[in-house]
Design a protein around this ligand. Sequence first.
Ligand code: NAP
Length: 256
Amino acid sequence: MPVLRPILSTVLLLGGTGEARRLAGALAGTPGLRVVSSLAGRVKAPSLPAGEVRIGGFGGTTGLVQWLRDNRVDAVVDATHPFAARITAHAVRACAATGTPLLVLSRPGWTAGPGDRWHWVPSLDAAARLLPELGGRVFLTTGRQDLAVFADLDLWFLVRTVDPPEPPVPRHAEVLLARGPFTVDGERDLLERHRIDVVVTKDSGGIMTAAKLIAARDAGIPVVVQRRPPLPTGPGVERAESVEDAITWTQNLLQS
Ligand code: NAP
């Protein structure tokens, strides 16, 4: 008969990023620890993290509060994408309501270096307004949502997404379905082949999708960068920038 260890602690890991998968991989299998990774369910064939996974929204803050109570969650790590502001806001409120410790893991944003021609904008709307003065052929890498703001522009777009974008999409567009990581050589080839004048990106940070920035710099092409939404603050909200720090935070919490 196998010896069953009692579950001592439960951690909810809000995921959908490479960092969340790495964290789940590091924590899964820790004796006495139940780690549940949560995915929104947007991507058709997601790269699944190690360990237990649940998929789909919780039903707003109220639903998340209920889930935390039903599952007797001891800590939440929000390792969602820096632009997934809604679920982060829900996590802050739900953790405050239930007294659950919350760590928001957010990788550092990108910073421009010598030779970069970056234009920072606060929103995709602002990016769309700026584009006509930067060029006629656009490489759009902001994801499959919220492309409506580009729909009526008289420009040509190469739209790269993991799953097909949600309409309305730009009128003159080619869709390229691909998932990172991308290489500098590959990105350089893409820019050349499609005679790209300007790149549009979110300030996602990380190395998985940074190659396009190097390729654009090498080609002297401008990049329109959408600023991140502000990180939440609040009583009991802690922050980390690396998976290693998030592992330490979780282990310390569980030992205390
Ligand atoms: P969002 O706008 O912050 O959240 C919208 C709703 O989706 C939330 O209210 C929640 O529904 C549900 N949701 C989001 N993340 C969830 C998670 N990890 N587990 C369960 N439910 C979740 O989020 P988003 O920007 O659409 O991003 C969705 C997912 O894609 C996230 O997991 C994020 O990490 C990943 N992602 C986002 C981007 C991006 O650019 N936004 C890029 C790469 C990956 P309920 O209110 O019903 O709970």
